[in-house]
Write a protein that binds this ligand. Structure first.
Ligand code: PMV
Length: 313
């Protein structure tokens, strides 16, 4: 029996624009998904006691297919993340499963290989996307995606005519409060909505460019540990995401309420519901206002480790 885990993540800056080759910054957080794999004597592979099927286990099924599993397995997962909350649960389940399947087979792939496999699996399930989630939860810490090669380069991922370069970046001492709206929204639909706007409207392309520029400022703010600047950029990023049409009244209300006690706040991930994040040194106060406005708050710290074998073969 083997167990592997991967953390959730928050996108600090640059979601959606990253799909168009702009830089983005994400950070792994201290809530994880675990995947345990063991041999099953006969029959078909089971996930959490149910026969594996695409409807409920799409990421796990695609991961098994990619790795070329040809024997029945008993796969069990447990999660400290809300699925649909924009905290990278699909990436974490994909990467934890890939890690566990490799370990089960006795392979020792490096993080680059797992991140690339995870990107492939996520793409098969969700359609076109960037590798931000899968690379962040594989690597851990804070990660920058950019078309340019920057310092602390880790690996590059190519798809069609785009190459994303993945980098690590230092994580300042910081606390994030997440406010989950409870509204479930599909990443694929939101990405498709932005694509439609982007293709038809030069204004949308200007907004995407503006997000790209503020992310570059955000990278410097992270390096300098300048939380005031980082927070201000996060709030500006939220306004631009709102213009792109991916916010939600509940997100806007939680962002607005949090600002009183935060350096800055924004939606995180695909939007349309899901979660917002606030950068703060008053996490209890921010949690309180999020609860008052009907959101579900949780306080997160950065997670240093990415994909991790917890029980080896
Ligand atoms: O909702 P999440 O955590 O899957 O984030 C999606 C991020 C997007 O930029 C909207 C899409 C992507 O693939 O980069």
């Amino acid at each position: 029996m083997v167990t592997c885990s991967a953390p959730g993540k928050v996108i600090l800056l640059g979601e959606h624009a990253v799909v168009y080759g702009k830089a983005a910054v994400a950070m792994a957080v201290d809530r994880r998904i675990r995947c345990t794999v063991k041999k099953k004597a006969e029959g078909v592979t089971e996930v959490n006691g149910f026969e594996i099927n695409f409807k409920h286990h799409s990421y796990i099924l695609e991961a098994c297919e990619l790795i070329g599993i040809d024997e029945p397995l008993k796969i069990d997962t447990s999660s400290e993340l809300h699925s649909g909350a924009g905290l990278g649960s699909s990436a974490a389940i994909t990467i934890a499963t890939l890690g566990a399947l490799h370990e089960f087979q006795g392979d020792k792939p490096d993080k680059e290989t797992i991140a690339k496999e995870g990107f492939f699996v996520e793409g098969k399930v969700q359609g076109p996307a960037s590798p931000i989630d899968t690379s962040t939860v594989t690597q851990g810490g804070a990660v920058i995606l950019s078309c340019d090669v920057l310092k602390n380069h880790l690996w590059s991922i190519k798809k069609d005519d785009r190459t994303w370069n993945i980098h690590s970046t230092p994580v300042p001492d910081m606390t994030i409060v997440v406010g989950y709206t409870g509204v479930h929204a599909l990443t694929s639909g939101l990405v498709a909505g932005v694509k439609n706007f982007y293709q038809k409207n030069t204004f949308a392309r200007d907004v995407v460019d503006e997000i790209g520029e503020l992310v570059l400022e955000g990278i410097s703010a992270m390096e300098d540990g300048d939380l005031n600047m980082l927070g201000e950029l996060m709030s500006r990023n939220h306004k631009l995401l709102k213009i792109l049409g991916v916010s939600h009244p509940k997100l806007d209300s939680l962002v607005k309420a949090s600002l009183r006690y935060s350096y800055g706040a924004k939606l995180t991930g695909a939007g349309g519901g899901g979660s917002m994040i606030a950068l703060t040194d008053k996490p209890e106060k921010v949690s309180e206002v999020i609860s008052k406005k009907g959101g579900l708050p949780f306080i997160l710290e950065p997670a240093g480790s990415g994909v991790k074998v917890e029980s080896p073969r």
